[in-house]
Each structure stands twice: as C-alpha cells, then as structure tokens.
Ligand binder design. Structure first.
Ligand code: ASP
Length: 345
C-alpha cells in the first residue's frame, strides 16, 4: 500500500499533464462547456510602450463586442457558422483591424480583401480572394460555400456573385483609412531605401465557434499584408492554410506571414496532428507555431478550439489580439503574452 501511493500520485500527475495543460497561451475546460467561441484580431511585433492606452482600450472593447455578438447566437441555440460570420462582421466593420473597413493597401494603393469560412460538420468551405468592393468578405465566403458549387471565387467574379446574392457592395474608397495609407507610404519608403520590410503590422481577424449541437465552424478575413504585390493572395482564404474546421477534432484560424502559412499548410497540419496523432490542441498548435514556423523566421499565431471546448492561442510574435468566451462568463481579451496570466481565468 505504502509503495503504491507514490505510483498513484505519479499517475494522477501524468493524467493531469495530459488534460489540464495551462500556460500563457492556452486555457482548458475541465468539463465540456455547452458552447465556446474564440477570436483573434491579428498577430504582430508590437512594443508594449508603442500601443497607446486609448488604442489598447478600443481594441479590447471591439474584440469583446465581437465575442459577445457571437456568444449571444450560441447561447440562443444558434449555429457555429452564424456565430463566426457575425463575430467577423463586427471586426470587418471596424477600422481597427486589417479586414474589411480597416484593410491594408497593396503596392498599387488598392485594398484587396481575402476571406474564408469552413463548416466542421460537412467539411464544406467557401472563400473569396482579391475583392475590392464587397463590404463584408466573410459573408461572401459563406455564400460561396452555401449557394455555389465552388470553394473559391476571386476578383470581379466574386464581386458579381456577391451582388447577385444581395450582399452589400461599396465603392473601393470605402476601405480607405488614413492610418493604413500612411503605413503604405512608410513601406514604400523602406522599399526605396532598400530596407528590410517590417512585418510588425497586424490586424487580420478570425473566429472559431463550437455550438450546442457540437458543430465547429472557423473563419478568417484580411486585407493581407501592406504593400503586397497586386494580385497577391495570402493564407487567409486558403482552406487548410489560414482556416480549417472538422467536428471530429477542432477548428483553426490563423494570422501571420501568409506565404509561410500556405507552404506549411498550418491550419490543416494542426488539425491532422490532433486527429491522427492524438495530440492535444496545445501540443499540436504550439509545435507548429513555436517550433516549425519559428525555425523559418515566420511570424504569426493561431486560435484553436477543439470538440470539447478547449482553447489554445499560441503566437510567436510579441502580441496577438485575441480572446474567448464561455457560457455564463464575460468575454476575456488579451494582447501581450503575459496578459493571460494577469487577466485569465
Ligand atoms: N495572414 C495574412 C496574409 O498573409 C496576414 C496576417 O494575418 O497578418 O495575408
């Protein structure tokens, strides 16, 4: 008996390690919640003292508002897909994020937007890329998924389709913001001076939700990267790179240097590790972001939500705007690495 006690203790410790990993980039639920929602507003190398208190507050409030909008749908027995679309629309309509209204400019001074959405129940997916007139690209991605037999529509074709579907079409100038225009001018100046392009800008948005029926949905929306070449498409509208959802394991939305996320099939790699290797989402996502991508000097992060309502949000930059909400709880939002230790559950 005496001998078996330490052994029992060791077993409990090991079991605990498996199911209750914790740390500054993840959170675990002991029991499966009725629903869950997680959001990101982009990852980047932002210095703590460079983010003004006013901007920080505005970002936190908008992320909380977006989470609450999605959470209300889930609480009222709504679908994960509706929660994801609604949450992302809130962020697309804000000039604070690099998606919709706040999108960055490409090298020709045009806002070219990309978005995708995936349904974890059916593995159906939809995406739009390189669109310049669709006010809410995430809604166009959803229409592509639900109304067309295709997965991705681009440019004028996507715009014509969105209009036919009754989505709001705006003049490209609607996406102009002074802040993003100035970022483009700075990027051009760096280019002229042959300086390395800075990849500290952030703001892509994404959301993953788990509804009361156990369905998972994921979506991502972005303006891409400042000064990107005209016609460039990043990972955000690529299913398996920037977005993935499968009810049998988890949902993922990514943000970061898209070319690396495409080459490493980031979202699907994480889902496959969980599905076929039985890794926890923490182990899988942490490996991909902090080992695999970091070794390539690729900046970014992901939000992941599994079928049991567990959430992980690793990133290899100094900041990632992010947050989550569970039933009966207020939205929790974070920016820097140690924010979860300070403000987490
Ligand atoms: N992943 C996006 C892209 O490469 C940018 C970002 O998330 O910051 O288009």
């Amino acid at each position: 008996m005496k001998k078996s006690l330490p052994f029992l203790f060791l077993l409990i410790m090991l079991a605990g390690c498996n199911s209750h990993e914790a740390g500054d980039t993840n959170t675990k639920k002991a029991t499966k919640p009725e629903w869950a929602i997680v959001v990101h507003g982009g990852a980047g190398n932002i210095k703590v003292n460079k983010l003004t208190a006013k901007r920080k507050k505005a970002l936190q409030e908008k992320l909380s508002e977006a989470l609450a909008a999605g959470a209300a749908i889930l609480q009222n027995n709504g679908q994960a897909l509706d929660a994801v679309e609604t949450t992302i629309r809130v962020l697309e309509n804000s000039p604070l994020f690099n998606a919709g209204k706040g999108a960055v400019f490409n090298s020709e001074g045009v806002n070219e937007l990309d978005a995708s959405i995936m349904d974890g129940l059916t593995l159906n997916a939809g995406a739009v890329a390189n669109v310049t007139t669709i006010k809410n690209p995430i809604s166009a991605a959803r229409k592509v998924m639900e109304v067309s037999p295709h997965v991705m529509l681009i440019k004028e074709g996507a715009e014509r389709f969105a209009q036919e579907q009754g989505l709001e079409i705006v003049d490209p100038s609607w996406f102009y913001t002074k802040r993003r225009w100035e970022s483009l001018q700075k990027a051009k100046e760096r280019e002229r001076n042959k300086l390395k392009n800075q990849t500290k800008k952030s703001g892509t948005v994404g959301c993953v939700a788990l509804d009361k029926n156990g369905n998972i949905a994921a979506g991502t929306s972005t303006g891409g990267m400042t000064n990107k070449k005209y016609g460039r498409v990043g990972d955000s509208p690529i299913i398996g790179a920037g977005t993935y959802a499968d009810n049998s394991c988890c949902g993922i939305s990514a943000t970061g240097h898209g070319e690396f996320f495409i080459r490493n099939v980031v979202a699907y790699d994480i889902a496959a590790r969980v599905k076929y290797n039985n890794e926890t989402i923490q182990t899988a996502a942490n490996y991909v972001i902090n080992n695999k991508l970091k070794a390539l000097n690729a900046n970014g992060g992901v939000i992941v939500l599994d079928k049991n309502g567990n959430i992980t949000m690793p990133f290899n930059t100094s900041a990632m705007f992010r947050g989550y909400q569970y039933p009966g709880k207020k939205p929790k939002v974070f920016i820097f690495h140690d924010d979860e230790e300070k403000n987490g559950e």
